[in-house]
Design a protein around this ligand. Structure first.
Ligand code: HEC
Length: 211
């Protein structure tokens, strides 16, 4: 046995550690790890009653990133009778508290919404301007400072982002759920302050209007 180990070690030292890739099949004394019964994808199974090799997830299985709380996922109350009036507190908490949450919302808003809705939520986005130029004025979104949207429950705002509405696309696949709530919180902040932030673009626009 000792001799065998010494021989194997010498063999490894001589042939192995040279950084060369061997073209030879590996020497595997115990082959039962290589040769096991297995199924190919979509192959018929003799083992399972329904004949399917690829097993569906067991009942109640959830993906890791899936929200199990239906209210948080849909923006509706538990009995699905109304919109949630406010962003659920646990979502704010697990994202570092309101200040951090709104800041995250601002960052995401400026990436995903501002091109159409404008940095101030006043519908003065570049995409809306371009749509006007091309004669598609109907594609300009409403301003968030409209009374109707100011009085919209947070859950409905969140659901609008999630599902889209009429001419506006849905963001359920590009923006993760908590970020959609954060954006809703930031839209609320925009509505409360009602102010447009001084950007180069807004200043240029103000100058134009003053002339
Ligand atoms: C591609 C342009 C575009 C982007 C990007 C966009 N929207 Fe919109 N949004 C629209 C248009 C257009 C409407 C008006 C839809 C209609 O009534 O046909 C709209 C409408 C809305 C409304 C009003 C819904 C109602 O009930 O009338 C809200 C709220 C809203 N968007 C929020 C957002 C938020 C938040 C984001 C970012 C996640 C976003 N939108 C991104 C184009 C856009």
């Amino acid at each position: 046995m000792t001799r065998l180990i010494v021989i194997l070690a010498a063999f490894t030292a001589a042939a192995g550690c040279r950084g060369q890739v061997s073209e030879e099949p590996p020497v595997v004394p115990i082959r039962n790890m290589y040769h096991q019964p297995r199924y190919d994808p979509l192959e018929e199974s003799q083992f399972f009653e329904d004949g399917r090799t690829m097993r569906p997830p067991v009942d109640g299985a959830v993906a890791r990133e899936m929200e199990v709380n239906a209210s948080f996922a849909t923006g509706r109350t538990e009995d699905n009778s109304a919109w949630l009036l406010e962003v659920p507190a646990p979502i704010v908490q697990r994202n570092g508290g309101m200040e951090a949450f709104v800041q995250r919302g601002q960052e995401r808003y400026e990436i995903y919404c501002a091109p159409c809705h404008g940095l101030a939520g006043d519908a003065q986005g570049l995409v809306a301007d371009r749509a006007d130029e091309l004669g598609f004025s109907a594609l300009r979104p409403p301003t968030f400072h409209d009374d109707r949207i100011r009085h919209m429950p947070d859950g409905q705002l969140y659901a609008t982002i999630t599902n889209g509405i009429r001419n506006m696309p849905a963001y359920r696949h590009n923006v993760p759920q908590d970020d959609r709530w954060a954006i809703a919180a930031y839209v609320r902040a925009l509505q409360i302050t009602g102010a447009s932030r001084p950007t180069a673009r807004n200043e240029a626009r103000a100058e134009e209007t003053n002339q």
